[in-house]
Design a binder for this molecule. Structure first.
Ligand code: SF4
Ligand code: SF4
Length: 213
């Protein structure tokens, strides 16, 4: 399956009930969702995101996910900016750096990444000069090059920059998270690094260190 298209239908289910005196709206939604999963030979454990029609009860998809007991991929954003700022020396950065190829795929597919560099070209005759702006990535060693060298020479420092900017310092810069929850960085990472897992691991290690669990 490619992720270049917009949507795919994997399973279909038409609820047989036409006059639902005995069933709640939540039951009808849940039975329809479960029917579509069964049609696709999938189970609840295969679901990591849930979207449904706007007539779902309560908070819509969120309430239905809770009602059906779905374990959806998500990020706990509670205090996330400060949580990341407190964990700049967390051992998890070394662990994820041992898997990360610093290929930059995640930054290239992320809809909110905007890093660019500027290239100057001049002709040998000296009568033409051109300055162009090109896409770049915070995973490039040269992206943080200043006089004397790169300030983020290691994979650890570059992965940390990506995650702490996207989920932390974006709040300082733009007043919001830099993540829209599209999941593209997860889908396109060649080694399966998942930002939701990395953020959860950092949060969990902090709670363990504080004796919260
Ligand atoms: S899930 Fe968030 S960080 Fe990943 S590509 Fe989408 S917006 Fe970017
Ligand atoms: S796509 Fe994966 S391996 Fe490549 S830089 Fe991003 S996290 Fe690292």
């Amino acid at each position: 399956m490619t992720i270049k298209g917009k949507a795919y239908i994997a399973g279909i289910y038409e609820h047989p009930t036409r006059k639902a005196d005995e069933q709640t709206l939540a039951q009808l939604h849940a039975e329809s969702a479960m029917g579509a999963l069964a049609d696709a030979h999938l189970t609840k454990d295969d679901v990591d995101g849930y979207f449904c029609a706007g007539d779902a009860p309560g908070l819509g998809g969120l309430s239905m996910a809770d009602y059906m007991g779905l374990k959806l991929r998500h990020v706990d954003t509670t205090d996330i900016r400060d949580m990341l700022a407190r964990n700049l020396e967390n051992d998890r950065w070394d662990e994820v750096a041992s898997r990360c190829l610093t290929c930059g795929n995640c930054t290239l597919v992320c809809p909110t990444c905007f890093c660019t560099s500027v290239e100057d070209h001049t002709s040998l005759a000296g009568d033409e000069a051109e300055r162009t702006r090109e896409w770049d990535s915070c995973y490039s060693v040269d992206y943080s090059y200043i006089h004397g060298g790169s300030i983020r020479p290691s994979g650890r420092s570059r992965y940390r920059q990506w995650l702490t900017h996207k989920f932390g310092t974006w709040y300082d810069q733009f007043g919001s998270s830099g993540c829209v929850g599209c999941g593209r960085c997860i889908a396109w990472c060649p080694v399966g690094i998942d930002v939701t897992e990395e953020l959860a691991a950092i949060r969990a290690s902090e709670e363990t260190a504080d004796g919260h669990d």
